[in-house]
Design a protein around this ligand. Structure first.
Ligand code: G
Ligand code: G
Ligand code: MN
Ligand code: NA
Length: 255
């Protein structure tokens, strides 16, 4: 297949790049960013990460791909620090691959990479999905504990769409839930359809997790979420994922 043979080269040729999407607090402050990988394909054909991340897993280059993303995150830290903009609770969220999450050396490997680049793990939030956690629960809990022991923050992405039971949720050493965009899509202008959002926020409060809402596209959603105990919001209403250079300008102009 074409994309399979091209992907390996793309990583070496630096066609794989990382975009960043801001996460904003209810007060309008920048809480952090999510790193979202992109492929600058020479034919300008848009290849979604949904497609090429899966291909990278199949052909065994997912570790190199994730490494590009992590190094781009470290470069972002260096620039923000040099601009005096790196606050102690700034976060960069990175989407984990299921294959990566199963690596028994993951916590050591990640710690080495970030410390080498001068980035403390406490600045890094690793986004996991429910399917990664429920597949083999004992192994997943061990992996999460190992990552927590090194100081990484842990988040469950697309929360509410998977199959994690409430009983297990309580035993997971995580820091944050990300409310899936599909629940925000159901909110209409009269704020009908917020039941699940409210429930996740309440659940998170009880379990002492922070909450990030993703897919905020309208002022109405922002106004509603603002009155809730929510850590941060992310969505096109604030900004789309963008290259690092654009992010620096966005911070300058919009915050
Ligand atoms: O930003 P976008 O809608 O194109 O992302 C599509 C999907 O790709 C999302 O599910 C997102 O979590 C995933 N994704 C984006 N960046 C990365 C990455 O760096 N690593 C992994 N494993 N998945 C990513
Ligand atoms: O699976 P994950 O949650 O990591 O993927 C998030 C995806 O959602 C990314 O592809 C990102 O580009 C996209 N996204 C972020 N904010 C919005 C938004 O407000 N609207 C839409 N349609 N997509 C969004
Ligand atoms: Mn994500
Ligand atoms: Na999501």
């Amino acid at each position: 297949f074409e994309i399979e043979s091209q992907l390996k080269d793309a990583i070496n040729k630096r066609e794989i790049v990382t975009y960043f999407q801001p996460q904003v607090t209810a007060n309008g402050e920048l809480q952090g960013v999510e790193a979202l990988v992109r492929w600058n394909h020479p034919d300008k054909r848009l290849v979604s990460p949904i497609e090429f991340v899966a291909v990278a897993e199949e052909i065994g280059v997912i570790d190199s791909l994730q490494r590009v993303v992590m190094e781009d995150c470290c470069a972002l830290f260096r620039t923000l620090q040099s601009q005096g903009r790196l606050t102690p609770n700034f976060r960069v969220s990175i989407n984990m691959s299921a294959i990566q999450f199963r690596n028994v050396n993951l916590s050591e490997d990640l710690t080495q990479l970030f410390l080498q680049e001068g980035v403390a793990p406490s600045f890094i939030t690793l986004e996991l999905t429910e399917s990664m956690l429920v597949e083999e629960i004992d192994g997943a809990i061990k992996q999460m504990q190992a990552l927590k022991a090194k100081g990484f923050r842990l988040s469950i992405d697309d929360f509410g769409t998977g199959y994690s039971s409430l009983a297990y949720l309580q035993t997971f050493p995580i820091d944050e839930l990300k409310i899936d965009k599909s629940f925000l899509d159901k909110m209409d202008s009269a704020n009908i359809g917020t039941g699940i959002i409210d429930t996740i926020i309440t659940l998170a409060e009880h379990l002492n997790f922070e909450v990030v809402a993703e897919g905020v596209e309208h002022q109405g959603q922002l106004d509603y979420l603002r009155q809730k105990h929510i850590t941060a919001m992310q969505g096109y209403f604030f900004a789309r994922p963008m290259p690092a250079e654009s992010l620096y300008e966005w911070i300058e102009d919009d915050l």
